[in-house]
Design a protein around this ligand. Structure first.
Ligand SMILES: NC(=O)c1ccc[n+]([C@@H]2O[C@H](COP(=O)([O-])OP(=O)(O)OC[C@H]3O[C@@H](n4cnc5c(N)ncnc54)[C@H](OP(=O)(O)O)[C@@H]3O)[C@@H](O)[C@H]2O)c1
Length: 327
């Protein structure tokens, strides 16, 4: 892939909650610029551009794809638009950072990876936890043997969200459900530490709207390590995580996917790690590094891993009886 030279120019696809957080956080970087925003509606794009001081507002995603002042697009719409929009932007020659989950299923992820390969463009799932300074430091300590061999991961991402059939998390047509939106964090934590599990068993509950609103996963690795991972929309969970090794443990306080501190206990002593602030910008630093180096994907969030997580989710949803139109 041909390296992108300065300045790296971003387009934001979507004008919702995470798009606004991304733009606010991007402002803390002294590298790259957001030159354009796109939306289904011109009014929404213009309002977002005015609020965030973005020069170009497009009233369709096709217009954003055709904008010559954009090198890389952040796909920030609801889950079902991730795959079709990413493929469109890649085919238009843009690089793409796509919100989690990368797609609704593994088949869609394959189409996106094909589009990135075919067009020789960068593609990454915006799994920002893998770039969060506290988690990066945790992985460094684990790799250095701070808690011995990792044997067990316990992690939760559950909150009580009042049932509203139009809310994207409760609406099957909007890719609703706890697993894809919330469970993806505990699963990424466990897979990052231990790799892909050899076995995953699921128990859960499906809402009247047809989405998984409670999910408990039991994962097993051939070497004997295990994980208990939970996600849900119907109860306030701990939102915390705990990693246990043969000589110590790590407590990750709530919210475990976005924390700036954790406690390592080993050999009878505890140490609290405090890190640089949490934010969506740390993943942008990695996107810029990859684009400047001409790397088509990030080794920290490989496409094969994003795709394998979705393939496992496909099996889990089939067992629970949750089906999207894209399946
Ligand atoms: N990294 C994180 O911490 C984090 C946090 C929250 C969400 N997310 C991810 O970000 C994505 C968006 O979440 P959000 O909370 O920002 O969602 P949101 O505010 O409900 O919607 C985001 C955008 O999706 C588009 N959209 C909404 N309904 C649509 C429909 N029926 N058809 C087509 N497009 C539609 C809209 O864009 P336009 O109207 O402008 O076209 C909307 O602005 C999700 O995939 C989620 O997993 C990530």
């Amino acid at each position: 892939m041909k390296p992108v030279t300065d300045p790296i120019r971003w387009g934001v696809a979507g004008t919702g909650g995470i798009a606004a957080s991304f733009v606010r956080d991007f402002a803390a970087l002294d590298d790259g610029e957001i030159t354009a925003v796109g939306s289904r509606s011109a009014a929404s794009a213009q309002a977002f551009a005015a609020e965030h001081d973005i020069g170009r507002a497009h009233g369709s995603y096709e217009e954003l794809a055709a904008d010559p002042e954009v090198d890389v697009v952040y796909v920030a719409g609801i889950h079902p638009v991730h795959a079709p929009q990413s493929c469109m932007f890649l085919d238009a020659g843009k690089h793409v950072l796509v919100e989690k989950p990368m797609a609704l299923n593994a088949r869609e992820a394959d189409a996106m990876i094909d589009a990135a390969t075919r067009n020789d463009r960068f593609l990454m799932e915006a799994m920002w936890m893998r770039f969060n300074p506290a988690h990066v430091e945790m992985m460094r300590r684990v790799d250095d043997g701070a808690i011995g061999e990792v044997r067990r991961v316990i992690a939760d991402f559950s909150f009580a969200l009042p049932m509203d059939e139009h809310h994207r998390l409760w609406d099957r047509d909007k890719g609703g459900g706890a697993l894809l939106d919330l469970g993806i964090y505990p699963v990424n934590l466990a897979w990052w530490l231990l790799g892909e599990p050899h076995r995953t068993e699921v128990a859960g509950h499906v809402s009247a709207t047809g989405v998984d609103d409670e999910v408990t996963l039991l994962c097993a690795w051939d070497g004997g390590a295990t994980a208990a991972l939970t996600a849900g929309l119907r109860l306030p969970g701990t939102l915390a995580a705990r990693v246990e090794g043969t000589t110590g443990s790590i407590e990750i306080p709530a919210p475990a996917h976005a924390t700036d501190r954790m406690t390592i206990t080993a050999g009878g002593a505890s140490e609290t790690l405090e890190s640089e602030s949490v934010g969506l910008r740390h993943q942008v630093v990695e996107v810029h590094r990859c684009l400047r180096a001409g790397e088509r994907e990030s080794p920290r969030m490989p496409l094969a891993t994003s795709r394998a997580v979705l393939a496992r989710f496909d099996q889990i949803r089939a067992e629970l009886g949750v089906r999207y139109d894209a399946d």
